[in-house]
Design a protein around this ligand. Structure first.
Ligand SMILES: [Zn+2]
Length: 243
């Protein structure tokens, strides 16, 4: 039998492209937090029309101040899950977050995927980030959000034994993909429910946790505030939502 190398190459290339496309669609549209919600706080059952805005991966010297400016204009208190390594680099921005009445949560020190960590490793990672946040802001946080939402049952038990509540989200803005802010707001408005915890980012993008272009996030805040306040929603911090 003669092998038609041309066709074989074509079929292999199409197969590889199809796999890449499938992986990209999975990353863009599937929210992995759906798989790891058990034993965490991801939304709050409430009769009040309250929602909490959360921003992950900061502080960023470029984007966090712009986000803080928009939150101040809209009179919204939010929650920032910060990476310890970024707090160490930009402590003055972490301080501004606290000074303006927002809440800080722990997002680990190095933004590593933690699902394969040992118990001593997870303790060290969270404690070190806790110390860095305390040194920068004077605040000790007791809420933790794992990078990419991935945690095993064993790690969740360990983190809770350290006095932390594990907070995920119920509505993912997917802002890290840099969709247009009007689309982000339209998507949230269509799906939002009382007690939702919304995920945004004040740093990073699809490939990295620092830098990135968060302009669409910045632009989304005033439009989201106007749209949801008109529907009777109140924006509160995680701390307020949990009390
Ligand atoms: Zn993150």
């Amino acid at each position: 039998m003669t092998i038609n190398w041309g066709w074989l190459t074509f079929i292999v290339v199409v197969f590889i492209l199809a796999v890449v496309l499938l992986v990209m669609c999975f990353c863009l549209f599937f929210d992995q937090a759906l798989l790891t919600r058990r034993g965490t706080v991801y939304r709050v059952k409430s009769s009040k029309k309250q929602i909490a805005l959360t921003f992950d991966d900061g502080p960023s010297p470029l984007w966090t101040p712009k986000i803080l400016d928009e939150l101040k204009k809209a009179n919204i208190k939010a929650t920032f899950f910060m990476i310890g390594h970024h707090v160490k680099k930009y402590p003055e921005i972490a301080r501004r977050v606290i000074e303006e009445g927002h809440t800080i949560g722990n997002h680990g020190y190095a933004h590593s995927v933690m699902i394969y960590y040992t118990l001593p490793e997870i303790e060290e990672e969270i404690k070190y980030s806790e110390v860095v946040i305390k040194e920068a802001t004077g605040v000790t946080t007791n809420i933790f959000r794992p990078p990419k939402a991935w945690l095993s049952k064993e790690l969740k038990i360990k983190i809770k034994s350290m006095g932390y509540q594990i907070v995920l989200w119920s509505l993912n803005s997917k802002d890290w993909v840099s969709f247009n802010h009007k689309y982000i707001v339209k998507y949230i408005t269509r799906h939002v429910k009382p007690g939702d915890i919304l995920l945004f980012h004040d740093s990073g993008d699809v490939f990295k946790a620092e830098g990135g272009d968060r302009l669409q996030t910045v632009l989304a805040i005033p439009l989201l505030a106007e749209t949801l306040k008109a529907k009777g929603y109140e924006f509160v911090s995680i701390r307020e939502m949990l009390t």
